[in-house]
Design a protein around this ligand. Structure first.
Ligand code: RP5
Length: 161
C-alpha cells in the first residue's frame, strides 16, 4: 500500500462533470486531504475504468467518489470492481433534472452498495465531507481538521436585516 499517494480517488463520467465536482476537490483541499481526479466513463472507457478501480486500493486510496449523469452507471461499476467505499454524486441533467442520475446510482441491487449523495453541488461537497469522516476513523489529524470545520460552520450565523 502506498504511504504518500492520494487518499481519495475521484472519478467522473465526463469532463463536463468537473464544474460540479470541483466542489468536492475544493472541500478536500480545505481539509488537507490528498486526492486524484479523473474523467473516465463506464460506457465510453470501460477498460480504463476497470484498470483504475482495480488498482485503487493498492495505490493507497481509502475512499472513492464517483460522479456521473444520465444512465449513471459509473459508481455502481466501480463499486462492483473494488471493495473500497464508493460515494456516488448524481449530476444534474437537462432532460430529467438529475432524477435519472440519482435513481441510477441509488437503486443498486443488494450486495454492491453505492453511498449516494444529493444531486449537484451539495452532493459533491458532502461526498468530500463523508469521505473525510470515513478516513477520520483511522486518521487523527483529519479527524481534528474535520471537527474544526464543523465547529467553524456551526459558529457561522448569517445576520439579515
Ligand atoms: C455521463 O453522461 C457523464 O457523467 C455526464 O454527466 C453525462 C454527459 O456526458 P457528456 O456528453 O457531457 O460527455 O456519462
Amino acid at each position: 500500500m502506498s504511504e504518500s499517494g492520494p487518499l481519495v480517488g475521484i472519478v467522473m463520467g465526463s469532463k463536463s462533470d468537473w464544474e460540479v465536482m470541483k466542489n468536492a476537490t475544493a472541500m478536500l483541499d480545505e481539509l488537507g486531504i490528498s486526492h486524484e481526479a479523473k474523467a473516465l466513463s463506464a460506457h465510453r472507457n470501460p477498460e480504463q475504468v476497470h484498470e483504475w478501480a482495480s488498482s485503487a486500493e493498492e495505490r493507497g486510496i481509502q475512499v472513492i467518489i464517483a460522479a456521473a449523469g444520465m444512465a449513471a452507471a459509473l459508481p455502481g461499476v466501480v463499486a462492483a470492481i473494488t471493495s473500497l467505499p464508493v460515494l456516488g454524486c448524481p449530476m444534474e441533467t437537462r432532460v430529467m433534472g438529475g432524477m435519472d442520475s440519482l435513481l441510477s446510482m441509488a437503486q443498486m441491487p443488494g450486495g454492491i452498495p453505492v453511498g449516494t449523495l444529493a444531486v449537484g453541488k451539495a452532493g459533491a461537497k458532502n461526498a468530500a465531507l463523508l469521505a473525510a469522516a470515513i478516513i477520520a476513523l483511522s486518521d487523527d489529524e483529519i479527524r481534528t481538521r474535520l471537527k474544526a470545520f464543523r465547529q467553524a460552520q456551526n459558529e457561522t450565523v448569517a445576520e439579515l436585516d
